[in-house]
Ligand binder design. Structure first.
Ligand code: FAD
Length: 307
């Protein structure tokens, strides 16, 4: 089912993001996480694509495994970086063959530790990838006659590469006009940024559902890494103060981070968010604590009644 349709039927949606593991130990941890979180029956889960397509096969394999061995609905991320048109077509063919329903179409992070010339990429921006997926959908190669549902990224605090926020909004609108039917946001820590972004999208004539990206902070080292990866992310003084008070106590840092994310989720629900997407970092504990504390009607699997 397309994510836009799921949102229309059952908003707010809840979804989890995983990244493909690189070692057998990490694969075991992830498998346990997926089992733990499957019981919550998220509306969908997504699987990231390593910078520069570095996890090309691993992403495909994890998506295929989730699709074939669980009841979950996996959405692969796909990026423009370092790909030819033929390669992207091949990847779409494989996902269509697996009857994957949705793709998150992204520009992609530049690969680290190697020379990279963006001008050599066939697709320069996510909008070009969205257009290509749209054409693929029209070709009838997907078992669903409508093809893939297409998601794109949105940046409530702005994307660092486009300081002009009006122009940036034009770029987001172009992705929607090219065929994207939902937006997932970059992680943010001040809900006012998300709510204002949602309003600015509406003013710009962008009316597809916007799913909020939430990441609970679970360690000081993870927090510092995030500040580097999600460049430009704004951390409210209230969060920084709370973390500073306990930075030498790892369990307390985890509690503060989870509590902060939980408060964000309650506020987003009060503000009729279309969906909440949890960046799980392949661990289930923080996400489960938040989920269990939201007071939502249970979507947990219940055994069929005996006849
Ligand atoms: C929800 C989410 C999931 C992500 N998952 C991954 C992942 O799995 N793998 C990964 O590598 N990265 C991932 N990223 C990171 C993302 O790929 C990078 O942040 C990337 O720089 C921006 O992606 P985009 O899809 O918005 O790209 P684009 O839409 O291409 O935008 C990138 C920049 O180019 C500008 N731009 C867009 N169109 C034009 C145009 N026509 N002319 C000039 N400028 C233009 C935009 O304003 C923006 O500044 C994710 C980000 C988010 C929010």
């Amino acid at each position: 089912m397309h994510i836009a349709d799921i949102i229309q039927k059952d908003s707010p949606t809840f979804s989890f993001e995983f990244f493909p593991p690189k070692t057998p130990e990490a694969a075991e941890t992830l498998y346990q996480t997926i089992r733990d979180l499957e019981a919550y029956m998220p509306h969908f889960v997504s699987v990231t694509y390593g910078a520069g397509g570095s996890t090309r096969e691993l992403t495909h394999d994890l998506v295929a495994r989730i699709k074939t061995t669980t009841k979950l609905n996996p959405t692969p991320h796909l990026t423009c970086v370092c790909h030819t048109e033929k390669e992207i077509d091949g990847i779409l063919q494989r996902y269509a063959h697996l009857a994957i329903s949705n793709i998150l179409a992204l520009g992609g992070d530049a690969p680290r530790g190697m020379a990279y010339d963006k001008s050599r990429d066939f697709f320069q921006h996510a909008v070009d990838l969205v257009k290509f997926i749209r054409r693929f959908n029209d070709s009838g190669a997907h078992p669903d006659t409508r093809g893939f549902g297409i998601g794109v990224a949105g940046f409530p605090e702005g994307h660092p590469a486009t300081p002009n926020r009006l122009v940036e909004m034009d770029h987001l609108k172009a992705k929607v006009e090219a065929g994207a039917d939902y937006i997932v946001t970059q992680v943010f820590f001040d809900n006012r940024d998300f709510l204002d972004f949602r309003e600015r999208c509406a003013l710009a004539g962008i009316h597809v559902p916007i799913i909020a990206g939430i990441m609970p902070i679970t360690s000081m080292s993870g927090f510092r890494k995030l500040a580097d990866l999600a460049a430009g992310a704004r951390f409210p003084a209230r969060l920084l103060r709370a973390l500073q008070r306990c930075e030498n106590d790892s369990e307390m840092v985890r509690r503060v981070g989870v509590h902060f994310a939980l408060e964000q989720c309650h506020d987003l629900l009060d503000n009729e968010v279309a969906g909440i997407h949890f960046y799980t970092l392949n661990r289930s504990d923080a996400t489960r604590v938040i989920f269990d504390s939201l007071g939502l009607p249970s979507r947990r699997l219940t055994p069929a009644p005996l006849t």
